[in-house]
Design a protein around this ligand. Structure first.
Ligand SMILES: CC(C)(COP(=O)(O)OP(=O)(O)OC[C@H]1O[C@@H](n2cnc3c(N)ncnc32)[C@H](O)[C@@H]1OP(=O)(O)O)[C@@H](O)C(=O)NCCC(=O)NCCS
Length: 150
């Protein structure tokens, strides 16, 4: 089940960060996101376990994905896609007009996921990442609003 991150999820999200990224967010940084009105983090819980999460920050009307990760044991089951779709739905409802993210140029799994969701490459930042040094691709999706008829 996908739900907004709360205090009870923070430790598990921090552990997944360490597992999945070479420059993980700290537990404290993740916890501080709960206090930020412009942050939206969602988690997928399976059998009481945090199987994946996605974090975003918004500067209306634009939003950025901070990170998305799925626990290795739960990959290729549609969780990453479901988390991104839930984020897109919620940010659209909040009036955001675009969603932008950076991804390592070699991260084929994530790039395939983002392209399947309609993200397009809008730029490239040379040597953006360290450990190992690598370019970032900048991807963006324009978000749609259900405009009222009248
Ligand atoms: C990227 C990540 C979040 C995908 O999560 P996931 O739950 O396994 O993804 P899904 O099962 O929802 O896959 C959705 C689509 O993404 C693509 N995809 C996902 N993993 C893939 C892989 N290993 N190779 C190729 N395509 C892949 C496929 O198009 C897939 O659709 P399909 O299963 O119908 O073929 C996960 O691999 C992960 O946590 N990676 C480490 C952290 C990371 O790199 N995060 C992104 C930082 S920008």
């Amino acid at each position: 089940m996908i739900r907004p991150m709360n205090e009870s999820h923070v430790s598990a999200v921090a552990e997944l960060e360490k597992l999945c990224f070479s420059a993980p967010w700290s537990r404290r940084s993740i916890a501080s996101e709960l206090e930020n009105q412009l942050s939206l983090w969602l988690v997928e819980e399976r059998e009481g376990v945090v199987a994946g999460y996605v974090g975003s920050q918004s500067v209306p009307p634009e939003a950025d994905v901070m990170n998305v990760a799925v626990s290795p044991a739960y990959r290729r089951q549609g969780i990453g896609r479901a988390l991104m779709e839930a984020l897109i739905t919620e940010l659209s409802a909040r009036g955001m007009e675009s969603l932008t993210l950076e991804v390592r140029a070699s991260n084929e799994a994530a790039i395939a996921l983002y392209e399947a969701l309609g993200f397009l490459q809008v730029g490239r930042r040379p040597n953006y990442y360290q450990d190992p040094k690598e370019d970032a691709l900048i991807l963006r999706k324009e978000l749609c609003h259900a405009d009222p008829i009248h």
